[in-house]
Design a protein around this ligand. Structure first.
Ligand code: HEC
Length: 143
């Protein structure tokens, strides 16, 4: 009787170990796709290197509204914009870093600059590629 219990226990342990081995083995193949997936954010827009000259050329379609010399037009000037604190229409202030500039170009209505009308600037998120937007950001950073 007692032996039967011990035997059942041993068999149970052996079965548990046998069952755990294939599971452990299956964990490795899943680890590979996970590693691959974590590599793709490196190719995200944030990681794109912008080309200043290309951005300057692209900006021809923007400078009807944006000056590069400090003058206020239909939109705010780009002079000294990068790294500055931008006052928004909702009363908050945001640091004009790369992420802010990128969003301001893709979706200008997301964060509207104080004193300017929302909806004036076209949404460029679908018009320009992520690379082109990175080029524009790189150019704006030089001003
Ligand atoms: C029809 C006029 C117009 C055009 C064209 C335009 N913008 Fe704008 N832009 C605005 C206005 C108005 C604002 C301020 C309101 C807002 O934040 O949406 C603005 C805001 C911005 C901001 C945020 C500025 C700040 O001071 O924080 C950036 C960056 C910007 N635009 C980039 C661009 C780029 C790049 C292009 C061209 C691809 C472009 N804009 C084309 C009108 C324009």
């Amino acid at each position: 009787m007692r032996r039967g219990v011990i035997l059942a226990f041993v068999v149970g342990v052996v079965l548990a170990v046998v069952a755990a081995v294939p599971l452990g083995g299956a964990a490795n193949p899943t680890a590979t796709p996970t590693r691959r997936a974590s590599a793709s954010p490196q190719a995200s827009p944030v990681a794109l290197m912008g080309d200043v000259e290309a951005g300057k050329k692209l900006s021809a379609q923007c400078t009807i509204c944006h000056s590069v010399n400090g003058g206020v037009g239909i939109g705010p000037t780009w002079k000294g914009l990068f790294g500055s604190d931008v006052e928004l229409a909702n009363g908050t202030t945001v640091k004009a870093d790369e992420a802010y500039l990128t969003e301001s170009i893709k979706d200008p209505a997301a964060q509207v600059v104080k004193g300017f009308a929302a909806g004036t600037m076209p949404l460029y998120g679908t018009v320009l590629s992520d690379q082109q937007i990175a080029d524009l950001v790189a150019y704006i950073k030089t001003l």
